[in-house]
Design a protein around this ligand. Structure first.
Ligand code: GTB
Length: 217
C-alpha cells in the first residue's frame, strides 16, 4: 500500500522545504517508496478527523497498511527501518544512525527553533535585541560541536544515513539567519545533502505544492 502523508496546503515557508513534511518526503525518496500527499489547511489540522491522527493537530502524519503515525522523527525511523537505504545493515551502525536522529531532534533542533520562533514572534518586542545574542550563542555552541565532530568527513558516521537526513533538515532551518556563514564544513555538509537526487525530488514535490497554490490565487 502506498503511504499517505500530510503536508500544509499553503506552507508558510513558501516552498523552501522548511516544514517537517519535507524530511519525510526526503526519506521516502531515499528509499524509493512512492507516496501520496494529503494537503491540509490550518483549519483542517485542528478538526476532529485530523486530530484523530495527530493529537497536536500538526503535520506531518503518515498512514499505510492500517498504521497511523505522527512525529517526523518516528515517521522517518519507520520508513528507514522497513526499507534499505537509510540505516546501516550492521546493528551497531544502525544504533549510531538512530542516535544521530535523536541528537538532531532533541539536542540540535531546539535552540534553532527557539531562535527562529523569537525572530518570528518577538522581533518587535523591546527585549528582542537583548535576547538575540543569547539565542545565537546557544545555536553557535551546537554548531561548534557539530563542526568539531564532523571534521572533514562527508557524513556523520560513514555512509549517508537517516541521521544525516535529519541533521541536514534541522540545520537548514537556520536559513538566512547568517549563523552558518562561520562554518564552511557544515555548509558543505548541508550542500552535500541538498545535492542528493532524492533530496532534489522531495524539494521539487513540495515546491510544486506552493507553486500550484500561488497560481490558484
Ligand atoms: N515534533 C513534531 C514533528 O517533528 O513532527 C513537530 C511538528 C510541527 O511542528 N509541525 C508544524 C505544524 O503542523 C509544521 S512544521 N504547525 C501547525 C500547528 O502547530 O498548528 C514547523 C514549521 C512551520 C513553518 C516553517 N516555515 O514557514 O519556515 C518551518 C517549520
Amino acid at each position: 500500500m502506498i503511504p499517505t502523508i500530510t503536508a500544509f496546503k499553503a506552507s508558510p515557508d513558501r516552498g523552501r522545504g522548511m516544514a517537517r513534511d519535507f524530511r519525510v518526503r526526503w526519506a521516502l525518496e531515499e528509499v524509493g517508496q512512492a507516496y501520496d500527499v494529503r494537503l491540509v489547511t490550518f483549519e483542517e489540522m485542528k478538526a476532529a478527523a485530523h486530530l484523530a491522527l495527530h493529537p497536536f493537530g500538526q503535520i506531518p502524519t503518515y498512514e499505510a497498511d492500517g498504521l497511523a503515525l505522527f512525529e517526523s522523527g518516528a515517521i522517518v525511523l519507520h520508513i528507514a527501518e522497513g526499507r534499505p537505504g537509510l540505516l546501516p545493515a550492521d546493528a551497531d551502525g544502525r544504533a549510531r544512525a538512530i542516535m544521530w536522529m535523536f541528537a538532531a531532534l532533541s539536542t540540535v533542533e531546539p535552540p534553532i527553533v527557539e531562535r527562529s520562533m523569537a525572530a518570528l514572534l518577538e522581533r518587535d518586542q523591546p527585549w528582542y535585541a537583548e535576547r538575540l545574542p543569547m539565542l545565537d550563542a546557544r545555536v553557535r555552541q551546537r554548531l561548534d560541536e557539530l563542526a568539531r565532530r564532523l571534521g572533514d568527513a562527508d557524513w556523520l558516521d560513514g555512509a549517508f544515513s537517516a541521521g544525516d537526513l535529519m541533521l541536514v533538515t534541522v540545520l537548514r532551518r537556520l536559513g538566512s539567519a547568517g549563523l552558518l556563514e562561520d562554518y564552511p564544513t557544515l555548509n558543505a555538509y548541508i550542500a552535500r545533502g541538498e545535492a542528493r537526487p532524492a533530496y532534489q525530488r522531495a524539494f521539487a514535490a513540495q515546491l510544486a505544492v506552493f507553486e500550484a497554490a500561488s497560481a490558484g490565487g
